[in-house]
Design a protein around this ligand. Structure first.
Ligand code: ADP
Ligand code: MG
Length: 453
């Protein structure tokens, strides 16, 4: 891990560990968790270090998912993976450190850095991901021939990484000698930086251009990184020309990735773009069932329904809810039932409730407060009685949703992000000396956050 790239996420780590520790009662488990040392983050992955291999394996097995879920929660979804490495204090490898092991062909698989649990077999197919799944299967059976590159697009936690790794795992199952490399765009960048710093660019180029199958996860992270984009462009071309398969994933369409070089955007769009939508309720139930089966949990159908109805738009959260529930059940020594589910997920459901604020609900609330329609609110009108509420609404969107300036602009009649920035600044400035405005905002916020709004 390149230290220069990791921001200081250790407070998040402490919070996550504290939450998980509060769930475990015995000293041994607490010591086990306490023995993990946070190293830092890279992209959406947080790495912690265990003193030895046995501890690392145990920690992964028992608490990996819990800590991962907790990290995701405390980082507001920014951190999504936990990597527990073994302390060794040595040189960094060019390829990311191996994941848990167990298959006969572990060398290739580990070198590929694939998560081996992410297989086609474990991937539940429904209307929301059928097309992406079919495309992924086609690419795995006929690499380099059908869709190149395959660009998997979908929202956070909907299975992009799973599907991308499933392709790699399947390719290795069929043909263990294939040189598959999976890595996140962030790792690609940090390896590039390390190679530049150590004057080892030739090696970097050679290694990436020698692979048979390249899976680059989360290419939206390439946004604005010129040097990395340039290097990836050359890697891409060289692989593409020798008919090697490339699989890319992103939570944005190529068009929506800001500061992406045009020529790279063209490459991304030149193969097949397959999108993954949020799963419908049947698929969510099937995912829960599969997970319960894999983990040997008895999951009553009313509990499954409760979880599937509560966690609608993110499979990672859905899975996390079951993990959390099963941890509660085993700590309480009771079976999983609906009361326990309500109790275990109470805080989560409550906090989601207040996060139920979205751009639409803000537009609705502001519109009705000022007696203007939503259409007018997002119209091009510049009259003060409309532009003032509009600025307030933009300000509230910025404050109460995760939406970025460009996204907010787009949802307000396709305005530029600079307009949203301006609106937010205006309101912030006025708030300092305008009691009427402050009162308006207070009322709107109270209304938006009240549970029965
Ligand atoms: P993304 O990369 O899109 O953010 P991931 O691939 O990491 O999402 O998926 C999040 C979690 O949800 C993973 O544990 C993955 O196995 C699981 N998951 C997502 N979609 C499915 C599915 N259709 N069937 C089974 N598990 C799924
Ligand atoms: Mg992912």
């Amino acid at each position: 891990m390149d230290k220069g790239l990791s921001t200081n996420d250790h407070p998040t780590w402490s919070q996550a560990v504290e939450s998980v520790t509060s769930l475990v009662s015995d000293d041994e488990s607490q010591q086990l968790i306490a023995s993990l040392r946070p190293l830092g983050r890279e992209g959406d992955t947080f790495t912690a270090e265990a003193p030895d291999a046995a501890t690392a394996a145990l920690a992964r097995k028992r608490y990996g998912k819990l800590i991962e879920g907790s990290l995701a929660q405390h980082s507001g979804g920014v951190l999504r993976h936990l990597n527990i490495s073994v302390a060794r204090g040595g040189q960094q490898e060019l390829f990311p450190s191996p994941r848990p092991i167990g298959r006969p062909d572990r060398t290739t698989r580990d070198r590929a850095a694939l998560q081996e649990k992410y297989t086609f077999e474990n991937f539940i197919v429904g209307a929301s991901n059928q097309f992406a799944n079919a495309a992924a299967q086609a690419v795995a059976t006929q690499p380099g021939e059908t869709y190149n590159p395959l660009f998997l697009y979908g929202g956070v936690g909907l299975g992009k990484t799973h599907l991308a790794c499933a392709i790699g795992n399947d390719v290795l199952d069929r043909n263990p000698g294939t040189r598959v490399v999976y890595l996140s765009s962030d790792s690609f960048m940090s390896e590039l930086i390390t190679s530049l710093r150590r004057d080892r660019m030739e090696e970097f180029k050679r290694r990436f251009r020698q692979v048979d199958f390249l899976i680059l996860d989360d290419v939206q992270f390439l946004a604005g990184r010129e040097r990395t984009q340039e290097e990836f462009f050359h890697t891409f071309n060289s692989l593409y020309e020798s008919r090697k398969q490339i699989v890319l994933t992103s939570d944005k369409f190529p068009k929506e990735i800001p500061d992406l070089e045009e020529r790279l955007r063209n490459r991304f769009e030149s193969g097949l773009i397959a999108d993954i939508q949020a799963p419908d309720i049947e698929t969510r139930l099937a995912i829960l069932e599969k997970m319960a089966e894999n983990e040997g949990l008895a999951l009553p159908s009313d509990v499954a329904l409760f979880l599937a109805e509560t966690f609608e738009s993110n499979v990672r959260e859905l899975e996390g809810s079951l993990t959390r529930l099963s941890a509660h059940a085993s700590l309480n020594g009771s079976p999983i039932n609906i009361d326990l589910a309500r109790e275990a997920l109470k805080s989560f459901v409550d906090s989601r409730f207040s996060h139920g604020i979205n751009i639409e609900s803000i537009q609705e609330a502001v519109g009705s407060y000022f007696h203007i329609g939503r259409v007018e609110l997002i119209s091009k009108s510049r009259t003060r009685h409309i532009s003032n509420p509009r600025q307030i609404a933009m300000f509230l969107c910025r404050r109460h949703t995760d939406a970025s300036f460009p996204v907010i602009g787009a949802r307000f009649g396709g305005r530029d992000h600079s307009t949203v920035i301006h609106a937010t600044k205006v309101i912030e400035r006025r708030l300092k000396h305008d009691p009427t405005l402050r009162e308006t905002i207070d009322k709107l916020e109270a209304q938006l956050t009240s549970p029965d709004s």
